[in-house]
Design a protein around this ligand. Structure first.
Ligand code: GLC
Ligand code: MG
Length: 424
């Protein structure tokens, strides 16, 4: 990836539904814990890859509903579509490669002979993916017959069954595992292989990810029967694959810890940062920590004390300036006054704050330029400001940082936003 100067420290390749995203957790707490960990320590030097069965349409929809980070690479439609970066630039070479021994029309013709197969929605039918629903007790037999018939007609395909209901037909060269192998090969040629790769999944279409050599793997605790069965047959001697004890993103954090892949304590799990030594040399940790303290203050989860506010104040330079997204400028210390009076204004509400795409550049011996997207969700309305912060490590607290300057811009133009609801 062009974003990194050399090989990634860690590359996480994760499925979304029931792996990164826990649909049983309306607050998305484990996802937010993962986000804080990733942005505080990993993002500048590591790669995040989402590998989902969803088409681009349903993937984009999920990103509007859940606090998902922006991945470096999105592998969609069960490894048949790959895009890069925030702009989601498509990998056309990959799609061309998938044309080999593939013919969609023949797949449609042959599958029409099975009344038990029900077409999934139009959005999930893709150039290299034809998808159905079929009951568990019929799936195996249909897969066997269909594979035979399609091979007889000259196609080289694979059929994948997931979540005890979804059946996907893809070119043989496609799939989440093949897409990962393709990416790894690309990295080998330019930039270098990641130092470590961790794959994460819960269902049938994730199985291939775990068969890529030299990767660590985590099947989250809530992994489906079909994946656990696959593992029992194909992977049980591989000590680099674990079945986590925790659900979804919490299982991913568990694996980072178990395989010793780097820091594994999410800043969200730290109550008292005065004892926390691990963030000291990570300017990203400073940003994540500050917004967590801010969230806790507004949710009334912090103790309403002068020392808490004093602490927030102590990280702001007395002459620092905040450029509000509305364009208004004010001294940083006045922001703290506004934050002080907002104690508990989000108590009992769905209010969460997270940062995404956090990059840091050291621009002097003690100066860091931080750029990130600061997100707030308040009762399911998401708002975002692209934010730049100048940090100095010449702080009063040893190992701490001082905020010198903050500048924010609404990500999607001013629109109908009420500037008074955006504090910092
Ligand atoms: C996602 C896709 C669906 C696919 C399933 C299993 O839910 O939307 O089309 O069948 O993943 O791969
Ligand atoms: Mg899944």
């Amino acid at each position: 990836m062009d974003r990194l100067n050399g090989p990634a420290n860690l590359m996480i390749v994760s499925d979304l539904d029931d792996t990164m995203v826990d649909h049983n957790d309306p607050e998305s707490l484990s996802l937010l814990r993962f986000n804080a960990l990733w942005e505080a320590y990993y993002h500048p030097s590591s790669l995040l890859v989402f590998s989902t069965g969803r088409s681009p349409t349903l993937y984009k929809q999920l990103r509007k509903e859940k606090p998902l980070l922006t991945p470096d690479i999105a592998v969609m439609s069960v490894g048949t579509e790959i895009t890069y970066g925030e702009s989601m630039e498509a990998d056309d070479d990959w799609e061309r490669f998938l044309d080999q021994k593939w013919n969609r029309n023949i797949v449609i013709e042959e599958t029409a002979k099975f009344p038990e197969l029900t077409f999934q929605s139009e959005t999930e039918q893709r150039p290299h993916k034809v998808s159905f629903y079929v009951e568990k007790n019929k799936a195996l037999e249909i897969m066997r017959t269909l594979l035979e018939r399609l091979e007889k007609r000259g196609l080289d395909i694979k059929i994948i069954y997931s979540s005890g209901i979804a059946l996907d037909i893809l070119p043989q060269g496609a799939g989440k595992g093949q897409a990962l192998a393709y990416l790894l090969k690309k990295f080998k040629v330019d930039g270098g292989l990641p130092n470590n790769t961790l794959v994460c999944g819960d269902s049938g279409n994730d199985a291939e990810l775990f068969s890529i050599p030299e990767v660590y793997g985590v099947m989250v605790s809530n992994a489906k029967e079909e994946l656990l069965q696959w593992h029992a047959v194909n992977g049980k001697n591989n000590r680099n694959i674990i079945h986590a004890t925790q659900r979804c993103a919490a299982g991913i954090i568990e694996a980072i810890d178990l395989f010793n892949l780097g820091p594994s304590i999410s800043p969200r799990d730290v109550r008292d940062f005065s004892d926390c030594k691990v963030g000291v040399c990570y300017p990203g940790h400073e940003i994540v920590k500050f917004y967590l303290l801010y969230e806790r203050w507004r949710r009334a989860e912090a103790e309403k004390s002068g020392s808490y506010i004093q602490h927030l104040k102590s990280v702001f330079h007395p002459l620092g300036i905040f450029v509000h997204p509305s364009g208004n400028e004010q001294p940083l210390h006045l922001c703290i006054d506004a934050i002080e009076s907002s104690f508990g204004d989000k108590q009992g509400k769905h209010f969460r704050v997270w940062v995404d795409r956090l990059l840091s550049a050291q621009i002097g011996s003690d100066a860091w330029l931080m750029k990130f997207d600061k997100w707030e969700s308040s009762d399911n309305v998401f708002q975002c400001c692209r934010t730049t912060v100048l940090l100095s490590s010449k702080a009063k607290v040893p190992g701490g940082f001082t905020w010198m300057h903050v500048h924010q811009t609404w990500l999607d133009g001013l629109g109908d936003k009420d500037p008074t609801t955006w504090l910092f």
